[in-house]
Ligand binder design. Structure first.
Ligand SMILES: Nc1ncnc2c1ncn2[C@@H]1O[C@H](COP(=O)(O)OP(=O)(O)OP(=O)(O)O)[C@@H](O)[C@H]1O
Ligand SMILES: Nc1ncnc2c1ncn2[C@@H]1O[C@H](COP(=O)(O)OP(=O)(O)OP(=O)(O)O)[C@@H](O)[C@H]1O
Ligand SMILES: [Mg+2]
Ligand SMILES: [Mg+2]
Lengths: 259, 259
């Protein structure tokens, strides 16, 4: 079971959209995939029509140490795709874990217990992160084998990369020596604008060999899909965005072969 | 001096772009405007070419109580527009203020001291918030007279409104009884898609009388401007996005007349 953190503190760059659609594309190839939603907005959950109520065990319960992962895993409408849903009370986790020993290792420890005991043999866990570098994202980076960075082809998103890279290196040094950047994927790319091109060139220079060949285009069908509670790949499999996520899954599996 | 928090925990909805361009448009009408950047990404600062170094007093120093606002105010390239810059160390504020008495009132107290003593008579302070509902956003909501909510015309952004509204009401009840939603402004609106329309209708039903007539269109010139260190209104004053922010400023001044 490979754990990939989908992280970028810049808001609105396509983290959740990538977790849902890459997850679905990997599931479509027969892999068993778990999305772990650590965002208090819980968009990865509601985006595929999983709406936890007050009795549902969520990622909050796992992170505060009240429940094992196995109790929080729910099936989704997508074959081979499961989810540990997020919940608004995740925004209190930073306060609640304050001062407790090993707060950063909660998710790592929960996932390694799950790996050993889960009835379903998962191939991938995709951890959707909130737009910040707080205890939730640090937990994800500490639990992950590698980080997938969605990068919107825009100026502010490019600016944020240095901060993100610094955080990844800090986690690698202090908490998770195995952590690597698995790849950077350009999202909402608009080939009609020079801006997208400039950002793409800039990031390929800064992160040689890390930027995926596959680029996710800006595509309205992708942003319509969550309002139907479906991944774009199922909502409209012929849309340019859906095809790009299917290519991304193939490219990711290729890269992982080398691991 | 009216303080407006520009807040929405959903990432990438146009908070910073609104702070910069609404600020510039208000300044162009002769108002004295201060942008207060509380985001660790400091996009509102770098977006108008203000890059604090380690000696610069930033909003971090104000929030941890080390410096008064007056020491952090910097001029910008835009006449009548000043800024208190953000800094990456803001991401540590939540930990640093943990447990201290009145942590939520730091910004309110700092701004009321500034109001009384500032040599420049400011008409507006626009507080740019990070994409979360943590102590930084709560400080902004507690210090503000009103909240301006940028809302991207997309599904996930619409979903987040209920959480935002709940937080605003909680701050109003416990910390800042005068707090009101000044308005909701639709951003990155694409009239070619049905999605934008659906979101617009939905939000006008939930927040009658709060949604601005002015809608900010998706406009590539707006997203190009920060890479030139300029507000869109100066980078390209004839762009659709720039003209929309100028109309928004007029509409805001109209609304404020009634206050
Ligand atoms: N390729 C795409 N084409 C068009 N719209 C997209 C695309 N990818 C994402 N979107 C839309 O852009 C918005 C931001 O994407 P998303 O919510 O996935 O980003 P995020 O990084 O998870 O945001 P947050 O920082 O708030 O968690 C959403 O409304 C989404 O539907
Ligand atoms: N009207 C617009 N047309 C086109 N692009 C826009 C528009 N408004 C904002 N953008 C771009 O969309 C991206 C998100 O906007 P912005 O960074 O202002 O949002 P934010 O809410 O401040 O994000 P964060 O949650 O990370 O603080 C930026 O790259 C910005 O340049
Ligand atoms: Mg998200
Ligand atoms: Mg911002």
């Amino acid at each position: 079971m490979r754990a990939l953190a989908i992280a970028n503190q810049k808001g609105g760059v396509g983290k959740t959209t990538t977790a849902i659609n890459l997850g679905t594309a990997l599931a479509a190839t027969g892999k068993h995939v778990l999305i772990f939603d650590t965002d208090p907005q819980a968009n990865a959950s509601t985006g595929i029509d999983v709406r936890p109520d007050n009795d549902t065990v969520t990622s909050y319960d796992v992170l505060v140490g009240a429940q094992p992962v196995a109790k929080a895993v729910l099936p989704t409408k997508v074959p081979n795709l499961w989810i540990v849903p997020g919940h608004v009370n995740l925004s209190g986790v930073e306060m609640e874990l304050m001062g407790t020993q090993g707060a950063q290792f909660r998710l790592r420890d929960a996932l390694s217990a799950f790996r050993a005991s889960s009835e379903i043999k998962f191939d991938y866990v995709l951890i959707d992160c909130p737009p910040s570098l707080n205890v939730l994202t640090v937990n994800a980076l500490t639990a992950a084998d590698a980080v997938l960075v969605p990068l919107q082809a825009e100026y502010f998103a490019l600016e944020g990369l240095a901060q993100l890279n610094a955080t990844i290196n800090a986690v690698k040094q202090n908490l998770n020596p195995a952590l690597e950047i698995q790849g950077v994927v350009l999202t909402m790319y608009d080939k009609r604008t020079a801006l997208s091109d400039q950002v793409a060139q800039e990031v390929r220079t800064h992160f040689p060999d890390k930027v995926y060949e596959t680029v996710i285009p800006r595509n309205v069908r992708v942003s319509e899909a969550p309002s139907h509670g479906l991944p774009a790949i199922i909502y409209d499999q012929n849309a340019a965005g859906s095809k790009a996520y299917i290519r991304l899954a193939k490219e990711l599996i290729e890269r992982e072969r080398g691991v």
